[in-house]
Design a protein around this ligand. Structure first.
Ligand code: SF4
Length: 114
């Protein structure tokens, strides 16, 4: 089965052609029909398959409970973000440059400990 996605590593969002066998990624190539990248992928994209298979990769959102990061549902995670932003706003610290910056390239908490 082939899935068409965009590379999450940078703002260029190059088109990907991802071949799967079951749940396993068989290959990742540039999508020749992508209107922006026309099949181009830079060398960073060569790590996508390994990143997908990394045992330290986050597979669910994490929220902090009693000082520990624990897996949560997306509903719980968004509620925690909303609550955090509300607290910042109430404290007068919110603004265009404040708040969380989700990114696909953020390392997992496990990899930050190395
Ligand atoms: S393939 Fe390279 S240039 Fe394209 S989005 Fe990914 S990291 Fe960016």
């Amino acid at each position: 089965m082939v899935h068409y996605r965009t590379c999450p590593f940078c703002e260029a969002t190059c088109g990907l052609e991802v071949k799967l066998r079951g749940d396993r990624v068989v290959s990742v190539r540039g999508d020749a029909d992508d209107v922006f990248s026309h099949g181009f992928l830079c060398p960073k994209s060569q790590g996508l398959k390994q990143l997908n298979e990394d045992p330290d990769r986050l597979r669910a959102p994490l929220v902090r409970r009693d000082g520990e990061l624990v897996e949560a549902s997306w509903e719980e995670a968004f509620a925690a973000v909303e609550e955090g932003l509300g607290a910042r706003s109430a404290a007068g610290r919110a603004g265009p440059a404040s708040g969380p910056r989700p990114s696909a390239s953020c390392p997992s908490p496990a990899s930050r400990r190395r």
